[in-house]
Design a protein around this ligand. Structure first.
Ligand code: PEP
Length: 311
């Protein structure tokens, strides 16, 4: 075991046992840095989870965890205000190492923004357009979202790709405007069932990443959040296994590393989305490259969303 001055945390080289976890707990630390080849015993893993101790792999120290709720086309104003208010009340019980974002429909953004003001819960939108203002009936621009209190915007959700003609090209245009406006895009990528069955998952993801991010500078790319959402898992009750999800998350991080270098790749939060529930979030979050979740159905109820945040 050796002490890391910079991060004030301990690093383990070979085997991390429950004794090491308990020693860390006694010392008041909540983070243990491990390397790729550290063998973590299952009791050590369980004890760390029980005591909220995070195991971080080298190079992942800065990555933040994000749990974002996509409310889709749900909630009247009253329902939205009630849920946001209840979440705000619970926020002090949420672990401090995760960022909580809620994405209500446009109609409720501003009122929900008022409700959660001053709390750690952040506001996001579900879509935007790439122009700032003008004759674009029905559209809402990134500066308008910012004005309504948003910090995040979901872009390229598969439901937008499927029903509203979203393409990698429009994702790219939106992303640039969103970044320019000082908002954080949560960019969704994911393969359809047929594409997975045809063995095309990684090539589809590669195309979505390359075309969606085309022309972004390294600085712009460092402001992104990516969500891997296999289309066949969204709203279907079928979750990707941690292995299936981790394979794609690892692939996305490698692509970002190729395009933008080590630092951007290591700091990029990659969220998983697709039928996340209180029962499956913990096993997904154990994966080295899964940094959070984009939650649809289960984010509509206080209890299930809180349990997911507290996984
Ligand atoms: C989503 O809307 O992004 C989503 C993943 O939905 P669900 O959790 O309901 O599958």
């Amino acid at each position: 075991m050796k002490f890391d001055e910079k991060y004030g945390i301990k690093s383990f080289k070979k085997v991390l046992s429950v004794v090491d976890v308990l020693a860390t707990l006694r010392s008041g630390n909540r983070i243990i840095k491990i390397t790729d080849d550290t063998l973590v015993t299952s009791l050590a893993k369980e004890t760390a989870r029980k005591h909220n101790i995070t195991l971080i792999k080298k190079g992942e120290e800065m990555r933040r965890k994000i749990i974002a709720g996509n409310w889709k086309m749900h909630k009247t104003l009253k329902e939205a205000v009630d849920l946001a208010g209840n979440l705000k009340e619970r926020a002090s019980q949420f672990p401090s190492d995760r960022e909580v974002v809620i994405c209500p429909p446009f109609t409720a953004l501003s009122v929900v923004g008022e409700v959660i003001k001053g709390s750690p819960v952040k506001l996001g939108a579900q879509n935007t357009f790439w122009e700032e203002k003008g004759a674009y009936t029905g559209e809402v621009s990134p500066p308008m979202l910012k004005d309504a209190g948003c910090q995040y915007v979901i872009i390229g959700h598969s439901e937008r790709r499927q029903y509203f003609g979203e393409t990698n090209y429009s994702v790219n245009k939106k992303m640039k405007k969103v970044l320019e406006s000082g908002l954080t895009p949560i960019v969704c990528v994911g393969e359809k069932l047929q594409e997975r069955e045809d063995g095309k998952t990684l090539s589809i993801i590669e195309e979505q990443v390359r075309e969606g991010m085309e022309g972004l500078s390294t600085e712009e790319a460092s402001g992104l959040v990516v969500a891997y959402e296999p289309v066949w898992a969204i709203g279907t009750g079928k979750t990707a296994t941690p292995q299936q999800a981790e394979e794609v998350h690892d692939f996305i991080r490698k692509k970002i590393r190729e395009l933008y270098g080590e630092e951007v790749a290591n700091n990029l939060p990659i969220l998983y989305g697709g039928s996340i529930k209180p029962q499956n979030i913990a096993s997904l979050m154990e994966c080295a490259n899964i940094d959070g979740g984009l939650v649809g159905g289960a984010s509509l109820e206080l209890e299930s969303f809180s349990q997911i945040i507290n996984y």
